[in-house]
Structures are given as C-alpha cells and as structure tokens.
Design a protein around this ligand. Structure first.
Ligand SMILES: Nc1ncnc2c1ncn2[C@@H]1O[C@H](COP(=O)(O)OP(=O)(O)OP(=O)(O)O)[C@@H](O)[C@H]1O
Length: 542
C-alpha cells in the first residue's frame, strides 16, 4: 500500500480556505483516488475515474472543481459554474452537504443549490433564479423540469465543469434520454467546459457514450488493477444458499439474530429487489423486534415512501449507532451510512454492477464490513456466472442459529402483516422475476410458480388476486397459476381471496406446481396478449 500523502502538502495547489475546511473535516490524508486526481498537472482536464466504493470519490471530484471555481476569473456570481448530476435525490443531497462543508470558509461564499424530485419545485426554483447558485447538484428529472424555463437555461451559459457521479448509471439506457436532453440545454462541449465521470464500476458499454461529456483525449485514472474486482478487499463476501423460497425470511432472521448476538450494536442494510419487498420486510422485522435477542431499531427506505420520510430515514440511519435498514436500490449506490457492518442482499441484484455498489454500503472509509447474499436455487447462477467475486458459500452454522425458532418467529410476524402489503409484495416480485426470467432460467409458467411460492412463504393460502390490466402489462396474460380479479370467482375490486387471515399453523400452503383450480380457471384468460418486454428489470432506484 502506498504511503498516504497529507493534505498539507497541497498548499499552493489548493486554496487555503479549502485546505482549512479539509482540516476541520478531519481529512488529514488523501485517499488513493484523491491523491491520483490531485496529482493531475491540470485540474481542468476531462477525466474518467474509477475507484472502489467508499474511498472518497466525492471529495476527489469536488476539490479540483471548487479550486477551478475559486481561481477562475470572470464567472458571474449569478451563474452556475459547477453542475453535478447524481442518480438519486438522497445522493444529490449528500454531495451537496459534503460540498457545503468544503466551501464553508470561502469568502465570498460559493452557494450550492440542489434540484431534486420530491421537493417543492416552485420555492426551490425561485431561490435558484433569484440567488447566486455557483454550484448545482441535481437529479436529471428535476433538472429537466428546471430547464424548461428560459431564465434557468440562462444560468448555465458560463458552465465550467460538469460531473457525473455514478457515471455508468448516468450513462446507461435508463438515464440516457434525460442526460441528452440536459446536455442539449448546456453550452456546447466546444466552449471548453470540463467533464468528469466517476464511479466504482465502469463497464465497457459506457465507452461509446463518453464523448457526450468527455473529450476524446480525456485522462483515465483508476485505483483498481486491471484484473482486480471492484469490491473492497476488506469486505468478506458470502453466499447463504437456501433450499427454497420458504426459507428466505427465516434464514434472514436467523442470520440477523446471530449477528446481533455477536455484535449488539449491529448496523446493517438489507437490500430487496423491489420497494414493496423492502416495505414488507421492514414490517416483518418490526414485529420480530428487529432481531432477537433484544430490540434493534428498524428502518425502511424505498421509492414508495414520500420524500419527507425518505429524508428523515437517511438522517436517522446516518446517525444511528445500530439498526436494520430494509432498503431497495434507492440507496444502493453512493450513500454513505457510517459504520454499516453488514450488507445483506435478498435475491438477485439487477446486474453485477449493482452487486458491487450494494456490497459497498459497508467497509467504507477503511472500516471493516461483511456482505452476504441470500439466494434460492433458481438464483444461484448469479454466483456461478460471476466467479470474479470472492463469494464463499456459508457452511458453518452459528451455534445460536435455530431454524425452527426463526421459522416460528417469522410465521407469527407474517400473521400480523396486512394482506395488502403481501399482495403488493407479490405483484412486485412477479414483475421483477419476470424481467429477470432469463437469469432465473425460467419460462413465464415458472415465473408465476415461483411468485406463487413466494406468496405461500408469506402465509397466503392462495396467490393474491391481480387486476387483469396488471397481468396484461406484465405480459403474463394466460399464464396458468394467476388469479385474476373478476374471474376465478373473485369479485372485481375485492382485495384478494386470501384475505381470510393467515394460514393456520401446520397447514400445507397451496401447491401451485400442479395445475390448481386457479390455474385451470386462468385458462379463460385466452391466448397471451402482446407482452411488454423489458430489457432490464425495473429498478427501484430513483
Ligand atoms: N481524505 C479522507 N479522509 C478520511 N475520510 C474520508 C476522506 N475522504 C472521504 N472520506 C470519507 O469516506 C467516506 C466515503 O466517501 P465517499 O462517499 O465520497 O465514497 P465514494 O468513493 O464516493 O463511495 P461510492 O462509490 O459508494 O459512491 C465518507 O464517509 C467520507 O466522509
């Protein structure tokens, strides 16, 4: 490992007020990525930078950009000189907070504004238009909204630097149309603004679109060796392979309770594939008192919450000394929750990059951490196809683990969960599994069967009834095993036929692997309607 270089050696290259702020933030030494970037002879070079999660990339792009703003003459104070784009609202806020700390001693002040969805657009836009926003941190959707106003567009005519944080995400198919729209409203690249792209993962696919923000001769920096994986070495990764989907929640309960026994101050993030599943698991583990023994606070974070609740959770979980955060991918990238010691992924990440970023919510800033992925047999191909990750199968059983006790605790907790939450989790599971059916190696029949087994694992006596339009949208019309409202004897508008309460103890859940009554009735759906095909799963990332 290279000897760390002190920030004090940057005197003369960085403005004294930035160095003083770094000192106040107790950043004495540069992290490797900060060192690489700050060693560039020219801070205004276009650059593509890769460094592992939690290694201080935010400071690495803010410092050169702020140095440019502080030393460049001629930038009118009402103009945006630095624009940072990030994929999520919470990440944008986090970047703005870090930026405000770095500029806290600047005189005259460098105002940092934020433009994100979920907040009051009118008042934020008004402040932006009447203020002196030298820096803007934004999510693409809200920025496009802003740019519809001519007065807003006029604020960018002197742009000096544009940063894409989580650059591979910002340049992927999901964000590309928005990014292109934004760039159309910015001064042309030929006016000389600097482009900076940062991420822990830079798949080759982004190379063909980098020209949108970077010059052809941009600098490429990486702190990751060519054949090295982008996950942090200090995070042991393990696989908890469960025999069937019924075992997922009990296995998670067992894992968390054992971890909690070993470390009463456990702070963990548990990722689910969908917002609804994160919400469901939050409720389940709320009823189990977090994880036995003793109580541990539980938190939830996903796109189905309103922005005020999302902001509150971020603040609380950042400050928490221990707790379980049940989350979707809205906090899968970039978020810095101090001292998270464990990341658990329930089911498949949407892609290998997402696996890396989720794992990276632990082991940050040189701290220790551990990552576990819980997979059912249908999902194990993820590990087989991604041998680059040092994922070890968990073989040792913790002496405290009691599968029967965990199964009982989960069953009792599930009895208290409203049917509506289960139905929502089922629909979301169906949709997500459908989009990843190739990875699962499943046909539509198999997708429905798996989703129905998921419903059974939630204690549903039969699969929740779906709106016919929902089934159509998912491209699952006519697939046996689904219960459609208004058919199968289920009155339209009624929540579900399974709302008879929880499955009695010991009762065998419905077996949807054989054509059930519901499956037979389902044949009335007729031939499959034109399925809407998704190349990638709909991710809960905004
Ligand atoms: N020079 C430094 N010294 C000590 N801590 C630092 C330094 N720079 C950054 N940090 C801390 O390291 C943590 C991770 O930083 P940051 O969030 O920028 O990482 P990142 O590389 O952007 O991660 P990700 O890839 O997940 O987005 C933060 O808590 C930050 O405060």
């Amino acid at each position: 490992m290279e000897t760390p270089v002190a920030y004090s050696t940057m005197a003369g290259r960085l403005q004294p007020q930035l160095l003083k702020a770094l000192d106040q933030m107790e950043y004495k030494y540069m992290t490797p990525v900060q060192q690489k970037v700050l060693q560039l002879p020219n801070f205004t070079d276009d650059c593509l930078v890769q460094a592992k999660t939690g290694t201080g990339k935010t400071i690495a792009f803010l410092l050169p950009a702020l140095q440019t703003l502080l030393t460049t003459k001629g930038l009118p104070r009402s103009q945006v000189g630095l624009l940072v784009l990030a994929p999520t609202r919470e990440l944008a806020q986090q970047i703005a907070d870090e930026c405000n700390k770095l500029t806290s001693l600047c005189q005259p002040p460098l105002d940092c504004h934020i433009a994100v969805g979920g907040s009051n657009k009118k008042s934020a836009l008004n402040k932006f238009l009447t203020g002196k926003p030298t820096i803007l941190v934004a999510t693409p959707g809200r920025l496009i909204d802003y740019l519809s106003e001519a007065a807003t567009r006029a604020k960018f005519t002197d742009l000096r630097c544009l940063v894409l944080d989580e650059a591979d995400r910002m340049l992927d198919q999901g964000f590309m149309p928005a990014l292109v729209k934004i760039l159309q409203q910015m001064p042309p690249k030929s006016t000389g603004w600097q482009g900076m792209c940062f991420s822990a993962t830079l798949p080759p696919s982004i190379n063909k679109v980098l020209h949108l923000v970077l010059k052809p001769n941009h600098v490429r920096l990486s702190t990751i060796d060519k054949d090295e994986v982008p996950t942090v070495d200090a995070i042991p990764q393990s696989l908890l392979a469960v025999n069937s989907i019924d075992d997922v929640f009990p296995a998670l309960h067992s894992l968390l309770s054992c971890e909690k026994y070993d470390n009463p101050m456990l702070k963990a993030v548990i990722f689910s594939s969908t917002a609804r599943q994160a919400a469901l698991m939050y409720q389940i583990f709320g009823h189990t008192g977090g994880a036995a023994p003793g109580k541990i606070p539980v938190y939830q974070m996903h796109s189905r919450m309103n922005q005020a609740a999302r902001n509150r959770t971020v603040e609380e979980f950042k400050a928490a000394q221990s707790g379980l955060l049940f989350a979707s991918d809205v906090v899968g990238r970039g978020m810095d929750f101090p001292d998270v010691g464990l990341v658990v992924q329930i089911g498949l990440p949407s892609d290998t990059e997402q696996y890396v970023h989720r794992v990276g919510r632990t082991g940050r800033a040189g701290k220790l951490g551990r990552a576990v992925i819980v997979l059912i047999p249908e999902e194990l191909s993820f590990v087989r196809n991604n041998r680059q990750f040092p994922i070890k199968e968990t073989t040792t059983v913790h002496p405290r683990a009691s599968p029967t006790l965990s199964a009982d605790v989960i069953r009792q907790a599930l009895e208290k969960i409203p049917e509506q939450s289960k139905t929502q989790a089922y629909v979301a599971f169906l949709g997500f599994t459908k989009t990843l059916k190739k990875v699962h190696g499943l046909e539509s029949n198999g997708v429905v069967q798996l989703a129905n087994r998921f419903a059974a694992s939630m204690g549903c006596t039969e699969p929740p009834a779906l709106e016919s339009s929902t089934v159509g949208k998912m491209g699952l019309k006519g697939v046996p095993g689904l219960i459609i409202k208004g058919r199968n004897g289920v009155p339209a508008g009624e929540p579900s036929r399974n709302s008879r309460g929880p499955m009695p103890r010991g009762k065998k859940p419905f077996d949807d692997s054989t054509p059930s009554a519901s499956g037979a009735e389902n044949s009335r759906n007729g031939p499959t309607g034109g399925p809407r095909s998704h190349k990638r799963p709909r991710r809960d990332v905004r």
